[in-house]
Ligand binder design. Structure first.
Ligand SMILES: [Zn+2]
Length: 458
């Protein structure tokens, strides 16, 4: 799985606990799956930035995470993490509708209605933090306060849902705040009203048929009326977001369908469909259903149409890489990175491909790219794992134990970013013995070690 990194890079958590509602949706017992995708994340950040700024929230301080699930939901959790489920992203028809959801969630952030986990995890990635939050929620639901083993009974699902959901007054205040953020950002509130209408009527359904979003964010007629009244009086009523955001929205949906429902995408389109998003969905769906040659030919058509789009080169590289043409993928990864130099995910994908290539001369460039990926986003566990492999190989080639210690240090970072503090501290301790005292890696290893030690003494 981890070979298919860059394009839609799936990161699974192995904490062993997951919300039962999710377990039912995505197959019982399966860990939550996060989608990492440079293109979709760039779109969500671009759409959200003016809303965050309107709320006096620094856009760079918010992590946007995409959870792979047919469930329609979105929520905010401690540490300014906004989670969007693919089911919700796919349900929105326009950037204004998605902006409405983001504004409402940002209203929860501004109102301080954050779902909090048990303890602060300084070195953990947002994915790991979500795992902890859901584990705590499951513990609350099972009544034992600790980690619950899977398979919770029906009654406890209700308890857990109430842990994760907001009160009606919190909902009303998040709406009011969200509406004012949209106004200040110059975005029509029509999208929020439209999205509410999509969900309206859900309250009348039996609980097990409601969308999760309606359960965690209880929707009432009062809320719908308030949003409608605001829209009617708004001078921005008919304002539209730029075409570029509409294009990104369409491509996001195309990508998600191609990736998550490839059979559907193939039924809906032909190789010569004139619509670009349709061909994009098709190229991805062909690749996902092991029809690499056809996927490549559709992707070449996309590149010919938009030769400066980094994500089309990324897709081509991904198809080549996953089908064993590692050396061939390098040129396209290089091009994608040239066109978009500051994407941690594209850097990582290129670094990983360089690492997997047979040419020893690529090792240094692989390490450079992985370090650059790390600088851009420091807590991606797999970047640390690839760095560990790269430094391990360098230790063999150079016969230098210093690089062996670097590899161990990278494994400590990987464990820390997964929320495994104890394992991280042990690895950091071992790495420090081989690292040059006072070096940057040695200091960082010491930080990781100390992050756990004080708690042990308490
Ligand atoms: Zn809400």
């Amino acid at each position: 799985m981890l070979k298919s990194v860059s394009f839609l890079w799936l990161l699974a958590l192995f904490l062993g606990v997951w919300a039962p509602a999710q377990a039912q949706e995505s197959g019982a017992g399966k860990p939550p799956t996060f989608i990492r995708d440079a293109e979709i994340e760039a779109y969500l950040h671009e759409l959200a930035a003016p809303i965050y700024r309107a709320a006096d929230v620094d856009p760079s301080s918010v992590s946007i995470l995409i959870v792979q699930s047919n469930v329609v939901n979105a929520f905010v959790a401690e540490g300014m993490n906004e989670f969007f489920y693919t089911g919700l992203l796919q349900l929105t028809d326009s950037p204004e509708q998605l902006a409405g959801v983001i504004a409402h969630e940002t209203g929860h952030i501004a109102g301080g209605h954050l779902i909090r986990g048990k303890e602060e995890q300084r070195n953990a990635s947002a994915e790991a933090i979500l795992g902890t939050i859901l584990a705590v929620a499951a513990g609350v639901a099972s009544g034992n306060g600790g980690l619950a083993a899977g398979g919770l009974a029906g009654g406890t699902q209700v308890a857990m849902r109430s842990f994760l959901s907001f009160t009606r007054s919190q909902e009303a205040s998040a709406d009011a705040a969200g509406l004012s953020f949209l106004d200040r950002a110059g975005i029509s509130t029509r999208g929020m009203a439209e999205f509410f209408h999509k969900l309206a009527g859900q309250e009348m359904l039996p609980v097990d048929r409601q969308e999760e979003y309606v359960r965690t964010h209880p929707l009432t007629q009062d809320r719908i009326d308030a949003v409608e009244r605001h829209l009617d009086a708004s001078p921005l009523k008919d304002a539209k977001l730029p075409d570029s955001l509409y294009r990104m929205h369409e491509r996001m949906k195309a990508k998600l369908t191609g990736y998550l429902q490839p059979e559907t995408a193939l039924l809906r389109t032909t190789d010569s469909d004139p619509r670009l998003p349709a061909r994009y969905a098709r190229a991805i769906a062909l690749y996902r259903t092991s029809k690499a040659d056809r996927a490549l030919s559709v992707t070449d058509g996309l590149i010919a149409e938009e030769p400066k789009n980094p994500f089309f080169y990324e897709l081509k590289a991904q198809i080549l890489f996953d089908n064993g043409h590692v050396e061939d993928s390098l040129r396209d990864y290089k091009m994608a990175n040239k066109l978009l130099p500051d994407s941690a995910l594209l850097r990582q994908a290129w670094g990983h491909a360089l690492l997997e290539s047979r040419d020893k001369a690529n090792l240094e460039l692989a390490i450079q790219n992985l370090l650059e990926s790390n600088r851009l986003e420091p807590r991606i566990p797999s970047t640390w794992r690839f760095l560990a492999a790269a430094w391990g190989r360098k230790a063999e080639i150079k016969q230098d134990p210093q690089f062996e210690a670097m590899a161990t240090y990278a494994l400590a970072e990987e464990a820390a970013s997964q929320g495994n503090d104890k394992g991280a501290a042990q690895l950091a301790d071992r790495a420090m013995k081989g690292l040059k005292k006072g070096s940057a890696s040695w200091l960082r290893a010491q930080d990781i070690k100390l992050a756990v030690a004080p708690e042990d003494k308490r």
